[in-house]
Design a protein around this ligand. Sequence first.
Ligand code: ADP
Ligand code: MG
Length: 326
Amino acid sequence: DSIANQIAAGEVVQRPASVVKELLENSIDAGARNITLIVREGGKSLIQVIDDGIGMSETDARLCFERHATSKIRTADDLFNIRTMGFRGEALASIAAVAEVELKTRRTIDEVGTEVNISASELVSQQPIACQAGTQISIKNLFFNVPARRKFLKSDSVELKHIISEFQRVSLAYPEVAFTLNHNGNDLYKLPPSGLKQRIVGLFGKNINQHLIDISTQTSIVKLGGYIGKPECAKKSAGEQFFFVNGRFMKNPFLHKAIMNAYDRLLPSGAYPSYFIYFDIDPQSIDVNIHPTKTEIKFEDERMIWQILHAAVRESLGKFSVTPSI
Ligand code: ADP
Ligand code: MG
């Protein structure tokens, strides 16, 4: 019912960027190779995602807006083996409770697609349509029916910053997927499918290229790879620090300290090194189920991971010889 959906929406949908995160993750889960994100007015009037993923059947196009409708978890065991970004089946229901949604979707095996329109959890219309294979979903006028929340949104430019940061996280997690971000008619990013280094350059500019040092290590419990920034390129402001676990962005202050500690005196005071660190780990030994927005991930043995990461950073910094200034 719509009250329950609105309450759930409060947890999942804080601002336009939360919608962006959920939609991009759904496109990734759908196996998309090309994802276009179009936003207007910081996402307040429009957030649209177009993908070339598997699409949905006529039935699923309606059911996906029901709470706990997920095609991704079938048994309790699956919960301990999560390989998809989504698994709660509440994002679309939550978003549809607080916006106007237009969905157009088609599977390649279907001749016609389906269009569904929902407004504040109410089905407005559903009809067959001709559309490209994949899914296009538009979220219009977020919080139009919850004026108190609409009022708390920040300026378009602040909301856009949050959107860009979600876009960066997902596009860094999947460099092999093409991503475009368009705001108010201007392409802000057009990222071709690539390797990780090229993706980082596509997002942060050519200059970052010569500042990156490889990092990689493998133990019986975890595989770690990615790049860290040269110490002298550390910045006074945080912003290019990224951890990913099994393709999912993660915030982790504890592991951040492992990195800071490993750079130690190599860093100018008050500076943060850039890092793009990717962990590959048995899904059974992590817990992503602790928060609906899922940016916190619990490792079974966090201290061990701390040490592995710390050692790997030390090793990479050691290989890269610092010329002492006399
Ligand atoms: P979850 O991702 O946790 O399963 P969502 O509410 O985000 O829940 O999505 C509900 C369901 O809708 C998904 O499980 C999936 O079956 C379907 N779905 C959503 N977005 C897409 C998409 N872009 N392409 C194909 N199917 C989708
Ligand atoms: Mg989802």
